[in-house]
Design a protein around this ligand. Structure first.
Ligand code: GLN
Length: 450
């Protein structure tokens, strides 16, 4: 009841596209009754959760915040949702997001932007902006987002909360609407590292419905991180990330001072050379738009969603009308970019080249983690910016993803933790990354530092 009241109180932030008050209360009552009748409580008994509008929940709306899927209802549960429900969670609503998870500000939703609770003239970050604000404004205890290039970590950073992107393949993507399939991963937004760890323990693990998900056993992250608290992992940072010209001066100094503080606290911190930094964003946008152009070809108005009226007789015109009216501007831009880099004559120059860079990044990353345990980085070059400030300049918006897309390019896990406050009054955080499937070290250090 508390959380449902909060959703009413903060409705104007536009963090939730749908809430299900009666269903939620009924489920809460049922869970209480089951418990009273002697049934063991699940790990998330009574935990109030919201999920991003790209994660399928049976018989509930699923639109990717796009007009092309407006009024579409999922006929099945994503594996992540299935697992939450099996552990007695109560899902109360669906989070607004950037259309098809494309964006860094949540301004690309067909259903209006989400507002940052700390300053309603500012963006909450994206694309999981609704999931971040839902936690920030206490509309739920934790939320699920998806992270293809930072969409969990960056909105967490802008909203002053915790955001965890697991290793690629840690959480099943079954029932997650695909953006860039080789990058996408479901993540958790929460107030504490412990909360995120508990939810991750529930949603992670093998799944017959996703061939890319790992069969590695899932640790009990909550108890594993508690054990980690006494150890001091070897830390490192890339010299080039803090030297980057686009980085806000105050964020730069804060990070530099924090690194010095860590050293003073007895951590070993290594400065590393990483000369591929300028290739990260271009590589990410070539590869993800390529994958998106292919993934989104299924939305043609025949199998799913929006059909333009009057219905066009000629097939190409039919597709074109449905897709031109159904998809928003940013999604169309990316479909065109992706189609371009995959087209005959340009494929080798862009797509193949970007794949080669991705492989190089992967190999360098392996070397990095033979030297250190945890990599430190800013999350975003700035704090939350004004609504409308960057929306007319997509390149500028893309470049701001510089610190987050790296983890997705190489598949490693990352977390952002809200450690700092800017003199402009807004929060910003520290990003930690580890080698693949080392979430225990990642969350352990995050918990120790927060
Ligand atoms: N901002 C990045 C993009 O627009 C990341 C999005 C995401 O992680 N879903 O692609």
């Amino acid at each position: 009841e508390f959380y449902l009241a909060q959703t009413n109180k903060y409705e104007h932030l536009n963090a939730l596209l749908h809430t299900f008050p009666e269903e939620a209360l009924q489920r809460a009552t049922e869970l209480d009754e089951q418990r009273a009748a002697g049934k063991t409580a699940g790990k998330l008994h009574g935990v109030v959760i919201t999920v991003k509008d790209v994660i399928a929940w049976q018989q509930h709306p699923l639109s990717a915040s796009s007009n092309i899927l407006k009024n579409f209802h999922s006929i099945y549960n994503s594996t992540a949702v299935q697992k939450l429900l099996a552990e007695d969670a109560i899902i109360i609503g669906i989070n607004n997001c950037d259309e098809f998870a494309m964006g860094s500000s949540n301004e690309n939703s067909a259903f209006g932007p989400v507002k940052n609770m700390l300053d309603e003239t500012r963006v909450p970050g994206g694309s999981s902006g609704g999931s971040a604000v839902a936690v920030q404004a206490n509309l739920c205890m934790v939320s699920l987002g998806s992270d293809t290039g930072g969409s969990v970590r960056q909105p967490a950073d802008f909203c002053g909360i915790v955001g965890v992107k697991p290793t690629y393949g840690r959480v099943s993507r079954h029932g997650l609407i695909a953006y860039g399939s080789s990058f996408d991963q479901i993540g958790v937004l929460s107030h504490t590292v412990e909360d995120a760890s508990l939810v991750l323990s529930v949603i992670a693990g093998a799944d017959d419905f996703d061939a890319t998900v790992s069969t590695l056993p899932v640790p009990d992250y909550t108890s594993a991180i508690a054990e980690k608290r006494s150890t001091k992992p070897v830390l490192g940072y890339f010299k080039q990330t803090l030297q980057h010209a686009g980085l806000d001066e105050e964020i730069r100094t804060t990070h530099t001072n924090f690194i010095n503080q860590l050293k003073a606290d007895g951590y070993e911190v290594k400065e590393l050379d990483f000369d591929l930094i300028d290739y990260i964003v271009p590589t990410y946008y070539v590869l993800t738009t390529a994958e998106a152009s292919s993934n989104l070809s299924r939305f043609d108005g025949v199998r799913y969603g929006y059909q333009a009226t009057p219905v066009k007789e000629e097939l190409t015109e039919f597709y074109s009308a449905n897709r031109s009216e159904g998809f928003g501007k940013e999604v169309q831009r990316r479909i065109m970019l992706g189609t371009f880099v995959l087209s005959a004559g340009y494929y080798d120059a862009y797509y193949t080249k970007a794949q080669q860079v991705r492989r190089k990044l992967y190999e360098q990353t392996k070397l990095v983690f033979s030297d250190i345990d945890v990599l430190l980085m800013p999350v975003s070059p700035s704090t939350a910016f004004k609504i409308g400030e960057k929306s007319s300049n997509p390149i500028e918006m893309y470049l701001a993803d510089i610190y987050t897309v790296f983890a997705n390019l190489v598949g490693i896990p990352g977390v952002s933790i809200p450690l700092f406050q800017h003199s402009n009054g807004l929060p910003f955080g520290l990003q930690l990354m580890t080698k693949h499937f080392d979430e225990v070290s990642l969350l352990g250090l995050a918990d120790a530092l927060l």
